[in-house]
Design a protein around this ligand. Structure first.
Ligand code: NAG
Ligand code: NAG
Ligand code: NAG
Length: 428
């Protein structure tokens, strides 16, 4: 069977961002990057038998240390985020939240100070409802005290889940909590789970309101440690991109959930695909992996500066799936620099086929919507391949592994790096 797939009919779409009002607390002008405990460490509270892996102050201190010593912080990963299961099962007699006394014996302010002493930022988890998803006390009825406490603890990032709450009350409730956070005077990133709970309940989320109140928000299922899970997320963001993508921009991001790169469920190629697509989606890059034991080839993916730069592109335009046929997908994201009316692009070629042999994809730059006659400086972001300067009519051919990706950057030609380039322009 012929593995060479020629692309003939890509829908070149116009990337629109809606210039409506958005939350302006000055935070996360590019998507947040950091480490979050949930996907990998879950609600392991058994510090007696599993002291190295239970949810405890020690786990977060160790991960903070490794963010620094292993070079993650230098690459941009700065938030150390606690997820569910950090609390005592009951509030104090005067109604205050208390961190679990045996697992967080120094208390949350001390953990926060430790993380800040490393130059990192501290994130915490709570829930809008009566309980967190794992059954610890939620914030409802205590919003003012809890926001005050987070500010006193010098929290930088609050993830507010939506278990044990009524989805039809979330638009009002999350907006009120945003306002309460704001009134503490401490800038705190606000991560919302409101859209996903409403979607599950059959309510169409009001993204205008979500953008005004949240710095990031979950639209879809929790990521699990499998390729099936990552594929379902990729499909959700592709299939619903017209509704979702325009809401993204500096300070307000769609969150397809954590990176599971380096865990048990993804092959090397699949891990590269997750990282590439997340960067196309302008997604928060929140690793949930054991940084003590991650294998070097997975670490290298997470530290790929060129792909991180795509994710962190200052324009903040979420990319889209521009082609999907017979298991081949092309995803594209407009990025800096812009020359005249021409954008540069990051492009991910994804092979969703299970053929067992790589697929060749060939396409001209014009078919990808790259039409500047000055050309584009094209490079591969995973492999060390520099294509040099290419023109709209140039056909490029990439070989993509099963469940893998080839990721390119096409930078609109802007400088004199290729002094002879004009002679090619005129020979088109
Ligand atoms: C939360 O608790 C209150 C008071 O007990 C109750 O009225 C409400 O129905 C509960 N909410 C949910 C979502 O169960
Ligand atoms: C509170 O909201 C105002 C108005 O949007 C904003 O300028 C300010 O930075 C916010 N403050 C905090 C602490 O989030
Ligand atoms: C959505 O939220 C915006 C901003 O809060 C509001 O003006 C608008 O009326 C809401 N739309 C609906 C359908 O509720």
């Amino acid at each position: 069977m012929n593995q060479c797939i020629s692309i003939f009919y890509i829908t070149v779409i116009v990337f629109v961002t809606e210039y409506t009002k958005a939350l302006e607390n000055g935070l996360v002008r590019t998507p947040p990057m950091g480490w979050l405990s949930w996907e990998r460490f879950r609600c392991n509270t058994d510090c007696k038998n599993d002291p190295d892996n239970c949810i405890s102050e020690r786990l977060f201190q160790v991960m903070a240390d490794l963010l620094i010593t292993e070079g993650y912080a230098a690459a941009g990963y700065e938030y150390v985020n606690v997820d569910d299961c950090w609390l005592e099962k009951h509030r104090s007699p005067n109604g205050q939240l208390i961190a679990d006394r045996s697992r967080f014996p120094s208390g949350m302010r001390a953990l926060s100070d430790y993380i800040h002493s490393k130059g990192l930022k501290f994130g915490i988890y709570e829930d809008y409802g009566n309980y967190t998803c794992a059954g610890y006390p939620g914030i409802i009825g205590h919003q003012y005290e809890d926001a005050r406490l987070f500010a006193d603890w010098k929290v930088d990032y609050v993830k507010l889940d939506g278990c044990y709450a009524f989805p039809h009350e979330m638009e009002k409730g999350y907006s009120e909590f945003q306002d309460i956070l704001n009134k503490t005077g401490r800038p705190m990133v606000f991560s919302c789970s409101w859209p996903v709970y409403q979607i599950y309940a059959g309510i169409r989320p009001n993204y205008t309101s979500i953008k005004e109140n949240c710095n990031l928000w979950r639209n879809y299922d929790d990521v699990q440690d499998s390729w099936v899970s990552v594929e379902s997320i990729i499909d959700y963001y592709g299939n619903n991109q017209d509704l979702i993508a325009p809401n993204s921009g500096p300070g307000h991001w769609n969150d397809p959930d954590m990176l599971i790169v380096g865990n048990f469920g993804l092959s090397y190629d699949q891990a590269k695909t997750q990282f590439a697509i997340w960067s196309i989606l302008a997604a928060p890059l929140l690793m949930s992996v054991d940084l003590r034991t991650i294998r070097p080839e997975f670490k290298e993916i997470l530290l790929n500066r060129k792909i991180i730069a795509v994710d962190q592109d200052p324009l903040g335009i979420q990319g889209r799936r521009i082609y999907k046929h017979r298991g081949i997908e092309i995803w594209s994201r407009p990025i800096n620099p812009i020359v005249g009316t021409f954008y540069s692009y990051a492009i991910a070629f994804v092979n969703r086929r299970a053929d067992g042999t790589p697929s060749d994809i060939s396409v001209t730059l014009k078919e990808l919507g790259l039409i500047s006659l000055n050309g584009y400086v094209v490079e591969d972001l995973y492999e060390n391949v520099d294509y040099g300067i290419l023109y709209p009519s140039t056909k490029i051919k990439v070989k993509v592994n099963p469940s893998g990706v080839v990721m390119l950057k096409a930078e609109v030609y802007v400088d004199a790096k290729y002094p002879n380039s004009y002679k090619y322009v005129f020979s088109l």
